[in-house]
Design a protein around this ligand. Structure first.
Ligand code: SF4
Ligand code: SF4
Length: 60
């Protein structure tokens, strides 16, 4: 099972992960990114690579 961790101290709510995840894992809630359906994650790691704050960790 894939676990997605977003460091709320680093996340600025920029929305890059929302725009780049091919399967719509993320939503912005109260200014922070939240992985709402991480069971659909493809482990493509686009979110990790593109987050400007390096706030995301995808753990298999
Ligand atoms: S790309 Fe990074 S900083 Fe931007 S909303 Fe997503 S987790 Fe937060
Ligand atoms: S690894 Fe890929 S599929 Fe999984 S949350 Fe990140 S961008 Fe979405």
């Amino acid at each position: 099972m894939v676990k997605i961790l977003v460091d709320n101290h680093k996340c600025t709510g920029c929305g890059t992960c929302v725009d780049n995840c091919p399967v719509g894992i993320y939503e912005i809630k109260e200014g922070k990114s939240v992985p709402v359906n991480s069971e659909d994650c493809l482990v493509c790691r686009a979110c990790e690579a593109q987050c400007p704050e390096s706030a995301i960790q995808v753990i298999e």
